[in-house]
Every structure is written in structure tokens, then in C-alpha cells.
Design a protein around this ligand. Structure first.
Ligand SMILES: NC(=O)c1ccc[n+]([C@@H]2O[C@H](COP(=O)([O-])OP(=O)(O)OC[C@H]3O[C@@H](n4cnc5c(N)ncnc54)[C@H](O)[C@@H]3O)[C@@H](O)[C@H]2O)c1
Length: 439
């Protein structure tokens, strides 16, 4: 399709968008395009998700049922697992998972599978973009050869771009629409077309010179966070030995109007991105005989944080003439960050395993996660225990692992015997401070 036809389709909003992978990234993106007035088809291999979405219900907390209902009712969004419908789509945006394998290497099977499916139905002039976080080189080295099994040439017969997702579930200040989006194309025409498409749904699109620059941008953002979090985690342990409260120090340092961005310590890294993505670069850098020492060191410190929390809990129990072995411990917050329902890589899961291994009897409460489900690494088979003053008293230690805003921390401290606070959630609690131990 010549450029002017793309322009026309975009101007009169007859361009058809397809989104592969309707998860935490794909669904909010589908909503933005649908709300912008274009028709979106969501493709997912998960039949249950497809059914739920077509019934006008959401599958994630950050996109309410009412929003899915509205776009389905307006005829702007349908979900399907019938991949042959890709033939009728103009722009296919891939938002599938990019986890690590057991050996902590990039697990590219979802991208590979998506590209194989697309290649079956690819037709001239379609645009394909990848949003999943990955190592620099993925679009050109991995995707192009698979997509070209269609017989079509990338950059000539069809267009290819990379635009990293910057979704931040639970963020009240930024939405999918208002978060600027970086785009790199395989060719400049690929980039221009991708930019026009994304500008339908995203306020600010930032073009960069290549797909590799766009891939590296996302990796830089995540490495930056991973390393800074590791740094404050280490400082937390050092300052604690010195009797200095790291939270007070960060609050004070953050008053500097330039040259300092605050990062906060915690019980370990969680989520799909920060604990995983930097290792995509580590893996790729090996091909260039380059070590990624900052990433390895940050990984070491962050991975060790749950052990630090356990050690602090044991010390606090010891001060009360108790051993962790045989103690009852309640974990507050299972999600990897406040006010979301996502437990992927959550340090709370690791804490539960470590506590159990030391002989503690562990329960959890999380208003957003009624029960645990089987994951690659964990199969805890637990249900959230309802909170009450009487139940809090039964525990030898209550560990605040995720600082959900629904919790009444003064009430929790009042009724608990001992509170291990890994998030400074009890900062404003005045009474019962002798029961609080920061970790
Ligand atoms: N969750 C976040 O906050 C976030 C933020 C930034 C970037 N990312 C990145 O975005 C990507 C997607 O993450 P997510 O959190 O949305 O994952 P997710 O697991 O919530 O959703 C992925 C969806 O893709 C579907 N899927 C898998 N293979 C498929 C295939 N071959 N065809 C069609 N659908 C398929 C799955 O069934 C699932 O519904 C990852 O690379 C992640 O690193 C996520």
C-alpha cells in the first residue's frame, strides 16, 4: 500500500488493528486504539481470555469491566483465537511474554510462535510491530527470517518496526495513552508508517534511527531501575548496621532539585520486567565477548534481599525469645507492587518458600489476590486469609511485603505482636513503634 493510502486509512480511521497477546500490555493498548475510534481485533491463544473479553468482561484489574464492555458494545473490539483473521488486518502489534528459561536465558518461544503464525497469513503492505521487551537484534535477526518464510520481503513487501511497551500497571499519573512511545523501524518507511499508526492511540511518539536503538532503549530503562534498586538495597543494609534509617535518607536526598532520582529498597525484585529483562542483554552481550558486570552485581544483591528479610525476622523473633522454626508468620501483600493483582516474580512468593523451609507456618493476605495459582517456579496452593484483629494476634510475626494502600497500617500494628516492615509502610504509625522492625 503506498504511503498516501496508509495516510488515508489512518485519517478516516478505517485502518484495522490486530493485537497479539491480550495481557497486561495488549489489553490496555487494544482499549486505546478502540477508544480512538478504530476497529481492533485481539488475538490470543488462551480461549478462556477470548471468551471472557467477548462477553464484555476484563481479565486484568487495570482495565475495568465497564471499559471492555463499552468497546465490545461499540463494535470496536473483538477477541479471537482464529488466527486466519490476521489476513484482514493492516497493523499487527505483538505483545506476547518474554520470560527467562530455567537457565535464565531469553525464552523466545512466544515471539517465534507469533511470527510463525503471522507468516502463514502475511500479505503485502501489512505492518508488523513488536512490543515485547527483548534484547537488541531480535527484530532483525529473529523476526525477519521467520516472517520472510511467507515469501514476502521485510521493509519492501511488508513493514516491520519495534516499539517497546512502557505499561506501568497501577500508575495513577500516566496512562497507556499519555506515556510517550519510542519507535524504530527496519527502514525509514517502516518507521513512518508505524509512527502514523501509533499516533492514533498514543499522544507522543518518539522515533529513533533503528529497531536496535528502540530495543536498546527499553533495556536501558529497565537496567537503570534494576541497578538503582540494587544500590539502595545495599545501602539499606549498610545504613541499618550504622543505625541510620535509609528511608529518611532517601527522603532527604530527594529534596535535591537536580541530579538525584529516588529509588526505594524492598524485599527483593518483582514483576515481569525488572528482575528479567536485564538478563536478556547479559545473554546477548556474551556473543560480543562482553560482560555486563553492573547487571550481574545488581542481580546478586536484589536476589539476596528476601534472605536479608528472613534474617531480620529471625533476629526480631530471637529478641522476643522465639525461633522462626515453629512460629506463625503472616505475609501481607502477595502482588509484586502496591494495588495490582500481578504476582509474577513477586518477592513475597520467595519469602513464603524461605520461611517454610525454616519451619515457619506461613499464611498470606492480599485483597487483590484471593488464591495462588501454579507458576513456573512456585506452586504454593494458598488462599488469602481474611484480616481481623483476632487473627493478627495469632501470628508471631506479620511481614509487610507489599504496601497496598487498602491496608490500615496503624490498625495492623495495633493488633499484631511483631511487624516486619520491608516497605516503610508504617512510617506514619505513631503507636506501637516498639513492635515494628524495618527490614
Ligand atoms: N506487564 C507489564 O507491566 C509490562 C510492562 C512493560 C513491558 N512488558 C512486556 O510486554 C510483554 C507482554 O507482557 P504482559 O505482561 O502483557 O504478558 P501477559 O502474560 O499478561 O500477556 C501475554 C498474552 O499473550 C498471549 N500469547 C502467548 N503466546 C501467544 C501467541 N502465539 N499468539 C497470541 N497470543 C499469545 C498469552 O495467552 C497472554 O494472554 C513482555 O515482553 C513484557 O516484558 C510488560
Amino acid at each position: 500500500m503506498p504511503m498516501k493510502d496508509w495516510k488515508k486509512k489512518i485519517e478516516n480511521k478505517t485502518v484495522r488493528i490486530g493485537i497479539l497477546g491480550l495481557g497486561y500490555v495488549g489489553l490496555p493498548l487494544a482499549r486505546e486504539f478502540a477508544n480512538a475510534g478504530v476497529k481492533v481485533v485481539g488475538f490470543d491463544i488462551d480461549e478462556r481470555k477470548v471468551k471472557v473479553l467477548n462477553a464484555g468482561k476484563s481479565i486484568i484489574k487495570n482495565v475495568p469491566d465497564s471499559e471492555v464492555k463499552n468497546i465490545v458494545a461499540a463494535g470496536k473490539f473483538t477477541a479471537t483465537n482464529n488466527m486466519s483473521r490476521m489476513k484482514n488486518i493492516d497493523a499487527l502489534l505483538i505483545c506476547v511474554p518474554t520470560p527467562l528459561t530455567e537457565n535464565r536465558e531469553p525464552d523466545m518461544r512466544y515471539i517465534i510462535e507469533s511470527c510463525r503464525t503471522i507468516a502463514k497469513y502475511l500479505r503485502p503492505n501489512q505492518l508488523v510491530t513488536l512490543e515485547s521487551t527483548t534484547y537488541p537484534g531480535t527484530t532483525r535477526e529473529l523476526m525477519v527470517p521467520i516472517l520472510e518464510t511467507s515469501g514476502l520481503k521485510a521493509g519492501k513487501d511488508f513493514y516491520l518496526a519495534y516499539s517497546p511497551e512502557r505499561e506501568d500497571p497501577g500508575n495513577k499519573h500516566f496512562t497507556t495513552r499519555s506515556i510517550p512511545k519510542v519507535i524504530g523501524g527496519l527502514t525509514s518507511k517502516c518507521r513512518e508508517i508505524a509512527q502514523m499508526v501509533y499516533e492514533l492511540a498514543i499522544e507522543t511518539v518518539i522515533p529513533v534511527s533503528s529497531v536496535e536503538a528502540a530495543e536498546a532503549t527499553k533495556i536501558l530503562e529497565n537496567v537503570y531501575r534494576c541497578i538503582n534498586i540494587a544500590m539502595v538495597n545495599e545501602l539499606k543494609m549498610v545504613f541499618d548496621r550504622m543505625g541510620i534509617d535509609v528511608w529518611e535518607v532517601i527522603r532527604a536526598a530527594a529534596t535535591k532539585p537536580f541530579g538525584f532520582s529516588p529509588f526505594y529498597p524492598g524485599p527483593g525484585l518483582g514483576g515481569h520486567c525488572i528482575p528479567i529483562d536485564p538478563f536478556y542483554l547479559t545473554w546477548k552481550a556474551r556473543q560480543y565477548d562482553m560482560p555486563t558486570r553492573f547487571i550481574e552485581l545488581a542481580g546478586e544483591i536484589n536476589t539476596d534481599m528476601p534472605h536479608y528479610v528472613i534474617a531480620r525476622t529471625m533476629d526480631a523473633l530471637n529478641d522476643r525469645r522465639k525461633s522462626l522454626n515453629g512460629s506463625k508468620v503472616l505475609i501481607l501483600g502477595l502482588a509484586y507492587k502496591p494495588d495490582i493483582d500481578d504476582v509474577r516474580e513477586s518477592p513475597s512468593l520467595e519469602l513464603i518458600e524461605l520461611l517454610r523451609a525454616k519451619g515457619a507456618k506461613v499464611d498470606y493476605n492480599d485483597p487483590h489476590i484471593p488464591a495462588t495459582h501454579k507458576q513456573r517456579k512456585y506452586n504454593l496452593q494458598m488462599k488469602s486469609k481474611p484480616l481481623s484483629a483476632a487473627m493478627l494476634k495469632q501470628y508471631d510475626a506479620v511481614v509487610i511485603s507489599t504496601n497496598h494502600s487498602d491496608y490500615d497500617y496503624a490498625w495492623i500494628v495495633k493488633h499484631s505482636n511483631l511487624v516486619i516492615d520491608t516497605r516503610n509502610a508504617t512510617a506514619s504509625v505513631k503507636k506501637g513503634r516498639n513492635k515494628i522492625v524495618k527490614a
